[in-house]
Write a new protein. Structure first.
Length: 313
């Protein structure tokens, strides 16, 4: 009887856990829908801005590079900044672990190329994991909301953009989770500064990013590449001065909302797997309980029959 009672207690305990994971799955699914809508709405603007900035850069090729510090492509300070976008909460499967692995891989490559790395981390989980693995962050941001706003992303990006413009950093990279679908999220590393020739974050970038080119080397647009025709008023240079900082901060905003959607998707998947596993455990334990109960009843019947036979004899 003691074994059956113990199995019954385990079934109740696992069923309580199953109810919790099921609730968390439903909450994550609800948040995921809103986060996914924000990602889908943000991508077209980012794509169009990249094209416009590429055209603006084409229009200022004859101007002095010193007039556009955010387009600088020279190694001056020997320092690079890496912004890693993780989460404040766990229970999301390998979401944070994959981001930390991609970040450490990027940091290792930068150091091999002679850069000192400033590590900026969004999220308690990523900061704790990096600190434990021997890469303590220089700056940790833990006050972003569940639905990050552009203002929050701007506050995160501003120090990095200003440091690059002031030549305290030679490059800035983002490590974030690209949202592919509710069941697929992929950690990527993207170069934010120096701004790539075609501009900004590109969907589908992998973690195999290039380190900053040597001083004086510039990438060129492939011959024959199609460029839409724009007319600018005022001049391309004046527009670029105002638009470029805003676009770079928008790149950080997009990385943040992509990671937020990925986090909800990863948590929903993890909680669904946990719920399914709990159901399977309950099913197996119920069988064990039934067998134990059956064995106990059989033993009791045998004892009754044996007692009756003893009294009759």
């Amino acid at each position: 009887m003691a074994k059956a009672r113990e199995i019954k207690r385990r079934i109740r305990s696992i069923d309580n856990t199953r109810q919790i994971t099921k609730t968390m799955e439903m909450v994550a699914a609800s948040k995921l829908k809103r986060a996914q809508d924000r990602v889908v709405a943000a991508r077209p603007f980012d794509e169009m801005m990249r094209r416009v900035i590429a055209q603006l850069r084409h229009g200022i090729r004859d101007e002095s590079p010193e007039e556009f510090p955010l387009l600088r492509d020279q190694r001056v300070s020997g320092r690079a900044g890496v912004l890693v976008v993780t989460s404040n909460r766990g229970l999301a499967g390998a979401f944070n672990a994959n981001l930390v692995r991609a970040a450490r891989s990027l940091v290792r490559r930068l150091r091999e190329n002679g850069f000192e790395v400033e590590l900026h981390v969004i999220g308690k989980k990523g900061a704790a994991m990096l600190r434990y693995q021997g890469d303590p962050p220089d700056r940790t941001i833990v006050d972003l909301s569940d639905r990050p706003t552009f203002q929050e992303a701007e506050d995160v990006a501003a120090p990095l953009v200003e440091a690059f413009a002031a030549r305290r950093l030679d490059a800035v990279y983002l490590v974030y989770s690209l949202f592919k679908s509710p069941v697929e999220q992929r950690p990527v590393a993207a170069q934010l500064l120096p701004l790539p020739e075609e501009g900004g974050l590109v969907e589908g970038l992998t973690a195999d990013v290039e380190t900053p080119p040597a001083e004086g080397r510039r990438s060129e647009t492939p011959t024959g590449a199609y460029r839409p025709i724009y007319e600018f008023l005022p001049s391309p240079g004046e527009i670029l001065h105002g638009v470029l900082p805003l676009f770079l901060k928008y790149g950080v905003y997009r990385a943040v909302i992509e990671s937020a959607a990925s986090e909800h998707g990863a948590r929903r998947t993890a909680m669904k797997n946990a719920t399914d596993n709990a159901k399977e455990m309950i099913r197996n334990l119920t069988r064990s309980y039934n067998r134990a109960r059956q064995a106990q009843i059989t033993q009791e019947i045998a004892e009754l029959v044996g007692g009756a036979e003893a009294l009759r004899g």
